[in-house]
Structure formats: C-alpha cells, structure tokens
Write a protein that binds this ligand. Structure first.
Ligand SMILES: C[S@@+](CC[C@H](N)C(=O)[O-])C[C@H]1O[C@@H](n2cnc3c(N)ncnc32)[C@H](O)[C@@H]1O
Ligand code: SF4
Length: 407
C-alpha cells in the first residue's frame, strides 16, 4: 500500500463515496470500463481476472448483463449523490470514453455488449465525440458480430495479435491462427471501424529479432492507426512462470527486451506512428482517449468482476468471482471489496507515476528541481514546453526514472 493514504478500508456496502470526493466531478472527463471475465482458454502468461466456461461450469453471459445493469444503476446513484457544496444533488458529466475489456468481450453476444452501452447512455448521456472501444480476440469475431457492434455505438476495436509467428504464439499458448488477425482487421473495416488497435507482446522466450520484425511487418501491412506493444511480464502463479522456474523455458532477457523496444520504436516512428505513452504508438489524432484519461488520473468507474475504479482520489476494486459479484448486486449491495482514500500528497505522487509515461510528460514545477537536473544530465529526459519528458533512453528505463522522481 502506498504511503500517505488516509485509509485502506473495507468498502461500504452501499457503495457511497466520501461526500467531499463528489465535488467538482465536472472538472474531469468521466469514463467507464466494463470487464468481461470470460476466455475460451487461458493463455499461459496471463493473470487477468478471467475464467473459462469449464471453470465456471455454467453459462454466465446473461448474468453478466444483469450485473452490469445493476452496477450502472449503482454508479448513477453514487455519482449523482453530490457533495455538501451542492446540497447533496450531483450533476454528473456525460461519458467521454468507454472501454470494454477482458477477458474476451467478443465471446459474449454482440447484443449484450450493445445493450450495456445503451444502458450507460440512458443513465449518463454521451459526450458528442465519445470513444467506445472493445477488445476482441481475432478468433471470436465474424462480420455479423462486428457490424452489430459498430451499429450499437462501438467506434474503436482492439485485437489481441501478440505476434505473427506461430512458434511465438505457441509459447504464449495463444489459440489463434496468425492469418485470422488480417481477416479480423479486414472485417472490422468492412463493418465501418476506422480506429483499430493491435496489441503485440515482445520478448517472449525463443522470439528472435527476425520474429519480431515479422510481427512488425504484419502490423504495418494491415495499416491500422494504433499499436500497443508490451514487454512480456512473467506474472507469478501463471503456467509461464512455472515453466520458467522449472527451466523448461528461459526467462525473458532485459537486454533483448531493450533491443526489441528500440526496433519497435524505430519501425513505428518511421511509418507514421508517434509514441504517446511508453508502450503505445498512434497515427496523428488516433491516441486512445480512454487510456489517456487513465494516465491523467481522470474519473472512471470499472464495472464487472474484479474491475478497479477511481473517482477524485478514491480507488476501489470489485469482488473478482463472477458468481459473488452478481450475487452482491442482486442483493442490492455494492460489489466493491475494498477501497483506498488517497490524500492530496499521494495523489500527486501517483500523478507523476502515470503522467511521466506520456510523451507530453509532466510540468517541471511539480517535480524536485535537483532530480530533474540530474535526469537531464544523465541523458534520460529533456525539458519541453516546461514539462519533463522522457527521451528514448529514458523510455527504456522508465520505471527507474519514475522511482527517482517519486521516492
Ligand atoms: C488481458 S488482454 C485482454 C484482451 C484479449 N483477451 C487478448 O488477449 O487479446 C489485454 C492485453 O494485455 C496484454 N497482456 C496480458 N498479459 C500480459 C503479460 N503477462 N505480459 C505482457 N502483456 C500482457 C496482451 O497484449 C493483451 O492483448
Ligand atoms: S485471451 Fe486475453 S484475457 Fe484471455 S487468457 Fe489470453 S491474454 Fe488473458
């Protein structure tokens, strides 16, 4: 738990937030994250809150939508309660962004996802340029489903590509055939999606530089407007971590990861993409607004099993098990298990941790001058428009830079 928190406490059953945190909701954009906790099979590296239907033993999709509707009603009640300054009547901003993630959202019927979006619109209203993204597995979409999603308001889609090389996908235990990515992208275009992201993972044991180049070429050939490339993280408790500890496969290598990051950045920046966050590159005007709101500590409500939320320095997280999450909502209770109410100092530290990852950086005035000078002298960052911004070497060492600014 970070230092300086006012409390780390059991979340109240009614889900209400401290009244002072409900002032000024209009100062920041409002976003929603919807978590779909289902996957056809579990990838060996993944520790997200997701369950296969075998693990669950029954079809939960209808219960997901029921729970989502109930949690939207709870969010509406909580966010319109209002702080003391406005006499207990809150006026919430309209929604700026929605992100449906998982798990594998596209394992659900398109109608369920579309109905969840319609419920949010009815409850809060939408800003005119709302961004509505869904994650999708290349194997769980067809043209009909993509058309239904597009017609239902989704205007951005993110496919989990990870790699274009079968042997790398095998180590990751991905089930999709690499050819399905180009089919999925082409169907998404036919369905009317203009904003398309591909997720890559780099540094998988056994992935050669040529393999990564093959994946990069495949991304570039698909002419998408956004790419996220994540260094493979070996998460405790996963099959990948077990295989590595038994020496069945080697641990990802830090120098190899750094070389691959440089390769990715060169390829994307030479082909019309700009980095706007350490792991994210986009064509002009195609940055993911939802993620930017997250990195700028805006307000977002996470709906679904295990989802995390943040409103004006209050962070809370939901019960992870889908069955208990839905039961709590059906009983009229908040599904939140615990929360942290952050004081302004801790919020300031978190703001530095998140904003420093962005290409626009953070105002030097919010930072320790001596450390800023040292980072510039060490060739890790530069000052641009009075903000401290990571340079390429600094991006490779982003965690270390951020530690030095927040210790
Ligand atoms: C949790 S998945 C959800 C989307 C979808 N189920 C999929 O896998 O494509 C979101 C993204 O997180 C990334 N991810 C998950 N676990 C990771 C890990 N251990 N290391 C690096 N990236 C990871 C993958 O790139 C994945 O596309
Ligand atoms: S499909 Fe996505 S969410 Fe599901 S196990 Fe694989 S990486 Fe995790």
């Amino acid at each position: 738990m970070a230092s300086g928190q006012l409390s780390g406490e059991v979340a109240p059953l009614d889900g209400l937030l401290p009244a002072d945190r409900l002032e000024n909701l209009h100062d920041k954009p409002l976003s929603f994250y919807l978590h779909v906790p289902y996957c056809a099979s579990r990838c060996g590296y993944c520790d997200f809150n997701t369950y296969t239907f075998n693990e669950l033993g029954e079809n939960h999709s209808l219960k997901w939508l029921d729970g989502v509707k109930q949690e939207i009603a709870l969010a509406k009640k909580v966010l319109t309660t209002g702080g003391p300054k406005n006499g207990g009547i809150g006026v919430t901003p309209k929604i700026s962004t929605i992100f449906v993630g998982g798990g594998t959202p596209t394992l659900l019927e398109a109608e369920d996802l579309v109905q969840a979006i319609a419920e949010l619109k009815a409850a809060f209203g939408f800003e005119p340029n709302i961004e509505i993204t869904t994650e999708a597995n290349p194997d769980s979409v067809d043209l009909e489903k993509l058309q239904a999603l597009r017609a239902g308001g989704f205007n951005r889609i993110s496919f989990g590509m990870q790699s274009a090389v079968p042997s790398v996908l095998k180590v990751l235990e991905r089930t999709h055939n690499p050819e399905n990515v180009s089919k999925a992208v082409s169907m998404a275009r036919t369905a009317g999606f203009e904003q398309i992201n591909l997720d890559l993972i780099y540094g998988t044991p056994g992935e050669s530089v040529e393999d990564l180049q093959t994946s990069i070429n495949a991304v570039l050939a698909l002419d998408v407007d956004h790419v996220s490339a994540y260094a493979l993280i070996v998460e405790e408790g996963t099959r990948l971590a077990r295989s590595i500890s038994k020496n069945e496969i080697p641990h990802p290598d830090d120098d190899d990861m750094a070389d691959k990051y440089l390769l990715l950045d060169k390829a994307f920046s030479e082909n019309g993409f700009n980095w706007y966050e350490v792991s994210n590159w986009a064509k002009p005007n195609s940055d993911c607004q939802h993620n930017i709101h997250y990195w700028k500590s805006s307000n977002w409500w996470g709906i679904g099993p295990g989802a995390h939320s943040h409103v004006n320095g209050v962070r809370w997280w939901n019960e992870k098990l889908p069955r208990i999450w839905s039961q709590r909502l059906a009983d009229g209770q908040s599904p939140a298990n615990a929360r942290e109410v952050l004081d302004s100092k801790t919020q300031g530290v978190e703001d530095i941790m998140l904003r420093m990852r962005l290409a626009e950086g953070i105002a030097v005035s919010k930072l320790d001058n001596k450390i800023v000078e040292q980072l510039v002298e060490d060739g890790l960052a530069q000052i641009q428009n009075e903000n401290l911004v990571l340079n390429l070497t600094g991006r490779l060492l982003a965690d270390r830079v951020i530690d030095s600014l927040t210790d």
